[in-house]
Design a protein around this ligand. Structure first.
Ligand code: COA
Ligand code: MG
Length: 314
């Protein structure tokens, strides 16, 4: 089981590396995590120049307590290895995590792990850079468990709905939205892959995050997508526009009523245990050790949020 650094992960804002103006806005946004993207939001002719933008932003901007992530290109492109070498060699001390898109198998993670280890050794970096793997291909889904166990550097699995639909040849009108195809299907079309990602992540002590919703004007559908992801066990949601951040931050934080419930469960159970009872009646509901574990998850999540404004270390 991995022991990973505690990070606040209600919202992650994607920002194209080709847009230094937007990176500056992302660095002071309400996002818990900022991901500078070298992959799908950057046109091929801008790929190489965008690395320098990413380096410049990481070296010069103050990201406060936000986690700093760089998404490299996929390993089946000619860009990936140079993304890692150029960006991490120049700005490794200012990077918390590298995101690997289209993770297909453990060997993809082994390659990135080795490359990062070599650069860290050359730079004498004292802090290890973590990895987040996007599960967004048929292979990623089938080998999610092996990917989750591939390296202690891995911190998180992330669902990628757009590429997953493409890989599986599932028709999809808007990334992250319910559409006419969903209305036809008697169930949640993404349930199998989403549930698998959460289970693979939890079994290995990792975080997991839901992918983005592309239609940033539709606040209602975004909130629904956040609530579905929360219900399935995800820790947060990727965002592509600042307008989505407040909703993700609210949905993935415990509501005051939930916190009050969690605290009353812990208190009642502690007293019950002192009296020698394992299961008790709390206002007409059975409470046992499982309820306490759920309550403690909420309490821990709130503690992380309360710690958000602590000074950045790194
Ligand atoms: N990060 C930081 N700032 C952003 C932003 C982002 N991802 N998306 C928009 N903004 C800023 C804009 O610069 C603008 O700032 P201003 O008010 O100072 O001018 C403001 O938010 C409103 O933006 P808006 O005009 O509504 O959108 P846009 O047309 O400028 O951009 C997108 C729309 C989709 C192109 C843009 O949101 C984007 O590039 N998102 C990220 C895409 C991405 O990284 N995809 C990869 C993962 S799926
Ligand atoms: Mg993708």
């Amino acid at each position: 089981m991995n022991t990973i650094p505690a990070r606040l992960t209600r919202s992650m804002l994607f920002v194209p590396a080709a847009r230094p103006d937007m990176i500056a806005k992302a660095a002071r946004s309400a996002a818990d995590m900022v991901c500078i993207d070298l992959e799908d939001s950057v046109a091929p002719e801008q790929k190489e120049a965008s690395r320098a933008h990413a380096v410049q932003a990481l070296q010069t901007l103050d990201f406060g307590s936000r986690t700093r992530i760089v998404r490299i290109n996929a390993l089946d492109t000619p860009y990936a290895y140079r993304d890692v070498i150029e960006v991490v060699e120049a700005a490794g001390a200012h990077i918390d995590l590298i995101m690997l898109p289209k993770a297909n198998a453990p060997r993809d993670l082994h390659f990135l792990d080795t490359l990062l280890g070599q650069i860290e050794a050359r730079l004498s970096l004292v802090r290890q850079i973590g990895i987040e793997a996007q599960i967004e291909t048929a292979g990623g889904f089938l080998w999610a468990r092996e990917i989750a166990q591939s390296t202690p550097r891995l911190e998180s699995l992330i669902f990628g709905p757009g590429d997953y639909a493409a890989s599986m040849r599932m028709p999809l009108e808007h990334i992250g939205e319910a559409d006419a195809h969903d209305a036809l299907y008697p169930g949640h079309r993404w349930h199998a892959v989403m549930h698998t990602i959460v289970a693979a992540a939890r079994a290995s002590g990792l975080r997991c995050m839901d992918g983005p919703s592309a239609n940033f004007k539709d606040a209602g559908s975004f909130e629904r997508a956040c609530r579905v992801a929360l219900a399935l066990g995800f820790d947060g949601k990727q965002c592509i526009h600042p307008a989505q951040l407040a909703t993700a931050n609210t949905v993935f934080a415990p509501a005051p009523s939930e916190l009050a419930w969690a605290q009353s469960v812990v208190a009642a159970y502690t007293q019950a245990q002192a009296e020698g009872h394992g299961a008790i009646n709390l206002n007409g509901t059975m409470i046992d050790a499982a309820n306490v574990r759920m309550a403690q998850t909420l309490v821990r999540r709130q503690q992380q949020i309360d710690a958000r404004d602590q000074p950045h270390t790194g």
